[in-house]
Write a protein that binds this ligand. Structure first.
Ligand SMILES: [Cu+2]
Length: 121
């Protein structure tokens, strides 16, 4: 009478499976990136910045130059921050703001290029 016993234990193992699968499925799902790691991408295009960008404190703002002309990102009033290097077409530079506030910036090569980054708590 060993076989029926084996069948029974196999059945018990099968019944126990759904719980086990459920446990395995949880960690396998993609984990959302921490909010602080996300940020914004600011495309510099047609000699213009997007007028307003909002991120949370600690999030990166990546400036990406899509123009054939060289641009940069420099503080203009408001809290200071380190200006970006010159960005050629296709280049990008990420800035991270550790303090909440409204940061105005401009391109030093084109006086009409201005934008604002609002950093929220
Ligand atoms: Cu420019």
């Amino acid at each position: 009478m060993r076989k029926p016993g084996l069948v029974l234990s196999s059945l018990a193992a099968l019944l126990a499976l759904p719980g086990g699968i459920g446990c395995l499925r949880g960690p396998a799902q993609p984990t959302p990136a921490p909010v602080a790691a996300q940020g914004a991408v600011v495309d510099i295009k047609d000699f213009a910045f997007p007028t307003a960008t909002t991120v949370k404190k600690g999030q990166a703002v990546a400036f990406r130059n899509l123009d054939p002309a060289v641009h940069n990102v420099a503080p203009q009033g408001g809290p200071a921050f380190d200006k970006s290097p010159d960005l050629r077409q296709g280049e990008s530079h990420a800035l991270t703001f550790k303090e909440a506030g409204t940061y105005e910036y401009r391109c030093e090569y084109h006086a009409n290029m201005k934008g604002t980054i609002t950093v929220e708590e």
